[in-house]
Structure formats: structure tokens, C-alpha cells
Design a protein around this ligand. Structure first.
Ligand SMILES: [Zn+2]
Ligand SMILES: [Zn+2]
Length: 466
């Protein structure tokens, strides 16, 4: 704080904060004071001491002829005015004097820079008008202190998230004095505000499109908004960022869902299901669930019962017949259409050709494995090898069923998944009862059929369109 005084003007250089808070300051005032001794006259008027203020005085004159004679005469000192003027020593006859003494000047709470505060009767005494003037106290910027103060306020406002206040403050600062560091900070804040304005624009456009379910438009706006947001640094925006992330995620899901629906309508069932399961892996989205259900229902509606072909050795015919009887439940459930085995060969017809035709129509081939099957040239070399080729081409599914104990692990089909579970032979005495292996096989086949049907449907539809 600094003070200058000129005539009746006192200038105090301070800052806005100080002015607003108000303060008291001790000032050494040098001023012209009216002389109290002479009331500014420069002289003192007193009763004439000669005539005691009468203006006249008795005088005794002597006359030779008439003797003594007293007469009243005009006072020679005051010339009959009764009063005389005495020179005023305190003011050296000027009627005023200079005084130097400290005063406490109070600046009230709520004052502003640029304001003038009148202190009555604290000005100089004017001899000509016989009046004492007022002291005009004016508040002006203490430029360096004010710059520091503005910088601090701007910094604090920015920290608390009031970007506009920070900008306003720095603009005021730059109006007081051009300062490179202030200009730089101001520009930084202005850029940030521009980005925030941009961000708001994108965000509101995104929200509008979002509410109208224009997912693509909202997604692109949200992403632009986020890009602008990331260039700003205020902490409270983290909340908005999270909100945008949720919107973006939702948009992405809906977009994928739309894509899945398109693929579904084009008949690309597998692709549609893949997209849906990708969505579900990310989030339990209820629309994705219902679409998945819809596609699965459609897939189920396309299921057709499968044709079975059983290859076996004549020595195992009893087991083959028992198995066919067990599979009857799957025929009733419309999972199996036809079960072919060579017992169905019509007499007199070409035996080999009938078998080949039946193999061609088959969806699932069961190989009833026993030492007899492995030892039979026809079973092993012809039927089994044809079956394996079809299996490897993914045209059929070949399932070995181990009916009697044998070293099937050393054969060509050992890589296939065999039944019953763990390759325990159907005729093994380890089973609780002799029906058990057949029911287990039937259960496993039911599952295999359903999976195989599904696989075929998904593939077939893909083939059609791609
Ligand atoms: Zn005087
Ligand atoms: Zn007199």
C-alpha cells in the first residue's frame, strides 16, 4: 500500500480485496490550519488598555490664568475606537499555520477501487474564503500487488471449477498491466473454454440423437465430446466422463445388436449368434438376451430328425437290435428319423449298393465295435473307412460304440469320442444292470443329435448367403 498527498487529495494505492475488506491507515497529514488564536485574522483585537476600552480619557491641563482644568479627550492610543489590534505571534500574523501530524484514515467495508471517500474538514484552510476544505481520499490500484492478487484469485477459481471467473479475473489483470505470464494463462483458459463449449455442443447433440435412438449419430457425437473433454483438466468433469462412457457403451451395444438383427434377417444365424454372445460377454443386456432367445427358437424350429446308420458285425446282431430298441425313444422325440442297419436289406437287391446309398443318406454313423467288427474285412475296411472319410469331411458324425472288450484304442478310429463313457464296453460285467449301458448311450446320443442338428443348421444358413 502506498500513499500520495497533493492539496486536498489523498491517493491510496491498494488492491480490490483490501478495499472491499476496509482498513484503517495512519497518515502523516501536512495541512494548512486556521489560527485559533486570531481566528484567522492574523491579529488579535483587545480592549484598548490605555482608555480601558472607553475610547476617551480624562486629561488635566494647567493654565496660568484659570489654574488646573480637567477635560475628557479622545484616547490617543485607540483613536477613540476603544479597541486595538495586536500582532498574532502564533501564526506570524498570517491567520494560518502549517501543521504536520498523524491522522487515522478509515476506509469502510465494501469500498471499491476508483471510489472517492470524503473526509470532511480534513482539507486545507483557505485564507481567502475563510473555509476549511475536505480531504478527498481516492482508492487506486497498487498495480503489482493487484496483479499478484488477481493471479491468486484466478488460480483459486480455476481450482474450484469456475473457469469463467478465472478468465474474468485475468482479463481485469491484463487491463491493468500487460504481463506475458497473465496473457499466456488467459489464452490457456480461453482455449479450454472453447473446448468446453465444443464439448457441450457435442454432448447435447449426442444426447438428442441418443434420445431419438439414432445410435450412430449419438456415438460419433459422444466420442467427439469425450475427445474435447479429455483436453480439459478439471476434476469434477470425471463424473461427466463416466456418464459419456456409459452412453458410448450403450451405443456400441445397440449398434452391434442392430448388426446382429440384420445378419439374422439375412439368414446368417451363426454370425448373428456370435455377435449377440459378444455383447453378452460384455454386459447382460436384456435386448441381447431376447434376440438370442429369438434366434435360438428359430434354430430349433429348423431342426430335422437325423438318419442313423449302424455298422456292426453279424456276430453282434443281438446287441444291435437291443440298441435300436433303446433308440426308439429318440425316434418318438423326433430326433431320429430312420435307423438303417443291414438287417433291413431287401432280399435279391444289390447288397453293396444298398449299403452305400444308406451311408450317403446318413447323418450319424454308429460303429458297434468288437473284436469281430475289427476282424471283419467288410466292416473295418469298407464301412468304417468310408464312414471316417465322411466324418473327416464333416458330412456325418461317426460315433464308435464299444460293445465288447477289444483293443479298439489301436485302431484307425481311436481319435473319435467313443460311447459308453470312458470306453467301458456295453457287455462289461461292471454295469449295475445290462440295460444301463444302453440308456447311457441313448442319453449321450440325444445330446449329440441336438448339437449336430444345431451345427448343421448354422452352417447351412451361412452357406446359403455367403
Ligand atoms: Zn493568529
Ligand atoms: Zn483607547
Amino acid at each position: 500500500m502506498s500513499i500520495q498527498k497533493k492539496n486536498n487529495y489523498l491517493t491510496i494505492n491498494t488492491t480490490e480485496k483490501n478495499a472491499y475488506r476496509g482498513f484503517e491507515i495512519r497518515v502523516e497529514l501536512s495541512r494548512v490550519i486556521k489560527c485559533k488564536e486570531c481566528q484567522g485574522n492574523g491579529k488579535r483585537v483587545i480592549s484598548c488598555p490605555e482608555c480601558y476600552g472607553q475610547g476617551t480619557i480624562y486629561k488635566t491641563r494647567k493654565n496660568i490664568l484659570f489654574g488646573e482644568r480637567r477635560s475628557l479627550e479622545k484616547c490617543s492610543r485607540c483613536k477613540g475606537v476603544k479597541k486595538i489590534n495586536l500582532f498574532c505571534y502564533p501564526c506570524d500574523g498570517r491567520g494560518f499555520y502549517y501543521e504536520n501530524r498523524p491522522y487515522v484514515i478509515r476506509i469502510p467495508f465494501g469500498s471499491e477501487i476508483g471510489e472517492e471517500i470524503v473526509k470532511e474538514g480534513l482539507g486545507n484552510y483557505e485564507f481567502e474564503t475563510d473555509e476549511t476544505g475536505d480531504l478527498i481520499v481516492s482508492l487506486e490500484y497498487d498495480i503489482e500487488a493487484q496483479l499478484v492478487e488477481f493471479k491468486e484469485i484466478a488460480k483459486d477459481s480455476y481450482k474450484r471449477g469456475f473457469l469463467n471467473e478465472a478468465i474474468e479475473c485475468l482479463i481485469k489483470a491484463s487491463e491493468i498491466k500487460k504481463d506475458a505470464s497473465i496473457e499466456k494463462q488467459l489464452q490457456k483458459h480461453l482455449d479450454e473454454r472453447d473446448k468446453f463449449v465444443q464439448f457441450n455442443k457435442y454432448l447435447s447433440q449426442g444426447m438428442r440423437a441418443y434420445s431419438e435412438k439414432l445410435w450412430e449419430i449419438s456415438l460419433s457425437n459422444f466420442e467427439k465430446a469425450k475427445e474435447n473433454l479429455s483436453k480439459t483438466s478439471e476434476a469434477h468433469r470425471e463424473f461427466i466422463q463416466q456418464k459419456i462412457d456409459i452412453c458410448i457403451e450403450e451405443c456400441n451395444i445397440i449398434e452391434k445388436l442392430e448388426q446382429a438383427k440384420r445378419e439374422f434377417s439375412k439368414g446368417n444365424l451363426k454370425l448373428a449368434l456370435d455377435i449377440v454372445s459378444l455383447i453378452l460377454k460384455e454386459r447382460n443386456h436384456k435386448d441381447a438376451f431376447s434376440l438370442q432367445e429369438k434366434i435360438e427358437n428359430y434354430v430349433n424350429s429348423l431342426r430335422e430328425p437325423l438318419n442313423f446308420f449302424i455298422a456292426y458285425s453279424r456276430n453282434d446282431e443281438d446287441i444291435c437290435i437291443t440298441l435300436i430298441k433303446n433308440l426308439k425313444v429318440l425316434q418318438i422325440a423326433k430326433l431320429i428319423n430312420n435307423i438303417w442297419y443291414d438287417g433291413l436289406i431287401e432280399a435279391g437287391k444289390n447288397w453293396d449298393e444298398q449299403i452305400k446309398n444308406a451311408l450317403k443318406k446318413a447323418d450319424i454313423i454308429l460303429l458297434l465295435i468288437s473284436t469281430d467288427f475289427i476282424a471283419s474285412e467288410y466292416c473295418y475296411e469298407t464301412e468304417m473307412k468310408t464312414a471316417l472319410k465322411l466324418h473327416d469331411d464333416e458330412k456325418v458324425k461317426v460315433i464308435p460304440i464299444i460293445i465288447r472288450e477289444c483293443l479298439w484304442q489301436k485302431t484307425h478310429f481311436s481319435y473319435l469320442q467313443a460311447l459308453p463313457k470312458d470306453g467301458k464296453p456295453v457287455t462289461s460285467t461292471d454295469w449295475e444292470n445290462k440295460d444301463r449301458p444302453f440308456t447311457q448311450i441313448t442319453e449321450s446320443l440325444e445330446k449329440t443329435i441336438i448339437d449336430w442338428q444345431r451345427e448343421k443348421i448354422l452352417e447351412k444358413r451361412l452357406d446359403v448367403t455367403s
